[in-house]
Design a protein around this ligand. Structure first.
Ligand SMILES: [Zn+2]
Length: 135
């Protein structure tokens, strides 16, 4: 889809801090992180909703893999996986590494953004990429 920001990320028309990429999927940092290490997992092909994505099982397996890597990379206590789908019309799973100190409620408040510099975000991406075995 031409105007879709995530399709533009897939096509490298918009830069992103990518932490994982294969033939079908891609994971990159949310530019408006709700917690430290907030990552989005998307299919490269444009699907409107998470439940439309094929292969569906592989998609969630990758989200789990990113979540487990984030647990190790950021000493998170647990991972929240969220799908909302109304912000950007391209399927995406939010992977949210959680700690008691993230000052977020059980269901992450998406209007609360963690302020991180570009360099901090770059460091997070590198750390997560390392944990995914990509560096
Ligand atoms: Zn798209």
């Amino acid at each position: 889809m031409k105007q879709c920001p995530f399709c533009q990320i897939v096509n490298k028309q918009i830069p992103a801090l990518t932490v994982y990429e294969d033939r079908d999927f891609m994971a990159f940092l949310d530019i408006y992180p709700k917690v430290y290490g907030h990552t989005l997992v998307i299919p490269k092909k444009h699907y409107r909703w998470v439940y439309d994505v094929k292969p569906y099982t592989k998609y969630w397996q990758l989200a789990r893999q990113i979540g487990l890597a984030a647990l190790r990379a950021f000493n998170a206590r647990w991972i929240s996986f969220m799908t909302v789908g109304e912000e950007v019309p391209h399927a995406h799973i939010h992977v949210l590494p959680r700690t008691e100190a993230d000052h977020q409620p059980a269901v992450v408040n998406f209007s609360k953004i963690v302020k991180l510099s570009r360099n901090q975000l770059k460091a997070i991406a590198i750390r997560l990429k390392q944990e995914m075995g990509g560096v």
